[in-house]
Write a protein that binds this ligand. Structure first.
Ligand code: FE2
Length: 321
């Protein structure tokens, strides 16, 4: 059994087409898309229409909830601020009602039980927490704690836009310093700490690992291998032309309507680095909370860091590398 795992397409129809062309060569048995199919790059409507005409299995991510929460009125009042949330307001006008109904009915959590393979759990974050992402440097104990309710050994998540292939071992009893073994009532549990195989395919449309190529994974059932959970991972990175995606920010009106957040999404597509969280971290460290508009904060960030010229040097629309 060979599964293609895609995630975090984020409205990037051009990256999705490049990955799809590679999948036609690779011929996986099934394709799983693990959330965040929309938002960030201004072709979400095309991505939704594309996915709906496939037989791929789609899981919902937190960006689908930005749309669904705002559309349904569940979102907090602060989301009406156009300067902070103009990106989402633009998106609301560019997802059709039938597409919204499609997003509304997607599952958040899947367990796959293929007949000739061991079970695989798939969620965008962790079960019940769609904004919980992992990295390759995150401490093993923190990941094990987040997976305590996941019985499947093979666990596929997304959200961090980082390619991950890690074995996570749970520490138990005295080794973990968590208490007296008398509390482990089942002998088997005490003797066999749990082990998970964590797989993140990376992001198709908005990678944040410093590599601008479209990323995904193929996982192959290997039950006789020593890999816990019995699945082998092959990460893929596919070059494609980002210029039409970047031009779309201008031609669609998203960049103008979406303000600072749209500009930061544009930057992330240019650099494949964490432009949004880096800006928010800088803001927290350097500016008093709530004293300035987000636009003024962003201009101060540009002046203080020189980040804009870093972006411009790398922007393919400006001849960047
Ligand atoms: Fe995402």
């Amino acid at each position: 059994m060979r599964l293609a795992i895609l995630a975090d397409i984020h409205g990037n129809i051009f990256a999705l087409r490049a990955v799809t062309a590679r999948l036609e060569q690779l011929q996986p048995d099934a394709v799983i898309v693990n959330g965040d199919i929309i938002n960030a790059i201004p072709f979400s409507d095309q991505v939704v229409d594309f996915l709906r005409q496939t037989d791929w299995i789609i899981v919902r991510g937190n960006h689908e909830f930005y749309y669904l929460d705002y559309a349904s009125g569940r979102a907090p009042e602060s989301w009406h601020d156009p300067e902070r949330w103009g990106q989402l307001h633009w998106l609301m006008k560019h997802i059709r009602p039938d597409q919204g109904n499609y997003l509304a009915a997607l599952p958040d959590d899947l367990a796959l039980f293929y007949p000739d393979a061991t079970p695989v759990r798939v969620t965008h974050g962790t079960p019940g927490h769609n904004r919980r992402g992992f990295s390759n440097s995150m401490p093993e104990d923190d990941i094990a704690a987040a997976l305590s309710d996941v019985p499947q050994q093979t666990f596929i998540n997304a959200h961090s836009h980082l390619q991950i292939d890690r074995i996570i071992k749970e520490r138990r009893g005295e080794e973990a310093g968590t208490g007296n073994p008398v509390y482990f009532l089942e002998e088997a549990q005490r003797q066999n700490p749990r082990v998970w195989h964590i797989i993140n395919p990376g992001s198709v449309g908005q990678p944040l690992n410093g590599d601008v190529r479209a990323q995904f994974a193929i996982i192959e059932s290997a039950p006789s291998s020593p890999i816990p959970g019995g699945w082998r991972v092959m990460h893929h990175r596919i070059p494609y032309d980002r210029r039409p995606a970047l031009e779309g920010y201008y031609s669609s009106g998203m960049l103008e309507a979406g303000g600072v957040i749209s500009e930061l999404f544009y930057w992330e597509l240019v650099t494949a680095e964490r432009e949004i969280s880096n800006f928010f971290l800088w803001r927290r460290a350097n500016l008093p909370q709530g004293a300035f508009s987000i636009r003024d904060e962003f201009e101060a960030y540009k002046r203080a860091t020189g980040r804009e010229s870093y972006i411009r040097k790398r922007d393919p629309l400006l001849g960047g590398f």
